[in-house]
Design a protein around this ligand. Structure first.
Ligand code: DGL
Length: 275
């Protein structure tokens, strides 16, 4: 039993798709979420910068004495890699391992697609991880750098013509290869789920990184007897490095409901002094 919170961080709002799933799987758990909204996007930055930001995000989580840390960010997870399993003794997971395990289990024709930010696709991490688990699977990757700004600007409805056009262009090579499983390797992409699903067509299974990471964390905490002993609903506290008002306004589309908990600003000086 462990009543400390689960720490979740992302470059922005996308990791809230993981928080939503965590709360539905483990409603009694406290969750601390940090969105580095002042420094998003991570996905267009260098490996060194992403590593530095990730170290600061992890240090912030540790300050809150969390019992597990989830990097709910495809970019951070890809750059950090599957080997990182703890942060100074605190269990750690990115989205990489949980997601590739799900993809390997789900594909029927052995062809898996991965979409993500430029840094994620450039790292080749998802493809390497899949080949480690099941070398016979062929992997096709595509960077979709315009998906994040589309989501951030609310261009995400199934009928949105701009989103449809962008998706058609990005996803064409994956359709051509005949993938039957598609990893949404960025935590923003589930918001475009319907647009992507319509474009890929029936029979293609979409895998959401945030939700697989949440299932993985739930299984880990259960296995290690670390679930909270609490009868009441857990509290979700939010932190952001940019405007807390903007965070509150934008969160609804990721969480599916208005934020109930507090949103606290993390000053950049504090964040950069941590690691
Ligand atoms: N949250 C990031 C990810 O999952 C996308 C946004 C960014 O580029 O930082 O890769």
């Amino acid at each position: 039993m462990n009543n400390s919170a689960i720490g979740v961080f992302d470059s922005g709002m996308g990791g809230l798709t993981c928080v939503k799933e965590l709360h539905s799987l483990m409603p009694n758990e406290n969750i601390i979420y940090f969105g580095d909204t002042a420094r998003i996007p991570y996905g267009t930055r260098s490996r060194e910068t992403i590593m530095k930001y990730a170290a600061q995000d992890i240090a912030l989580m540790k300050k809150h004495d969390v019992k597990m840390i989830i990097a709910a960010c495809g970019t951070v997870s890809s750059v950090v890699g599957m080997e990182k399993k703890d942060a100074d003794g605190i269990p750690f997971t990115g989205v990489l391992l949980p997601t590739v395990q799900a993809a390997c289990a789900k594909t029927r024709n052995g062809k898996v697609g991965v979409i993500g930010t430029s840094a994620t696709i450039k790292s080749g991490s998802f493809a390497k991880a899949i080949r480690t688990i099941k070398p016979s699977i062929s992997v096709v990757g595509a960077a979709c750098p315009m998906f994040v700004p589309l989501v951030e600007n609310g261009f995400s409805d199934r009928d949105n013509k701009v989103a449809q056009l962008v998706a058609a262009q990005y996803l064409e090579p994956l359709k051509r290869e005949g993938v039957d499983t598609l990893i949404l390797g960025c935590t923003h992409y589930p918001i475009l789920h319907d647009v992507i699903a319509d474009c890929m067509g029936e029979g293609v299974e979409l895998i959401s990184t945030g939700s697989e990471a949440a299932k993985f964390a739930c299984a880990y905490l259960t296995r290690h007897d670390m679930l909270a002993e609490r009868e009441t609903d857990g509290e979700i506290s939010f932190y952001s490095s940019d405007s807390t008002e903007m965070f509150r306004e934008n969160a609804e589309s990721f969480l599916g409901e208005k934020i109930k908990g507090s949103v606290t600003k993390v000053e950049m000086e504090e964040l950069t002094s941590l690691a």
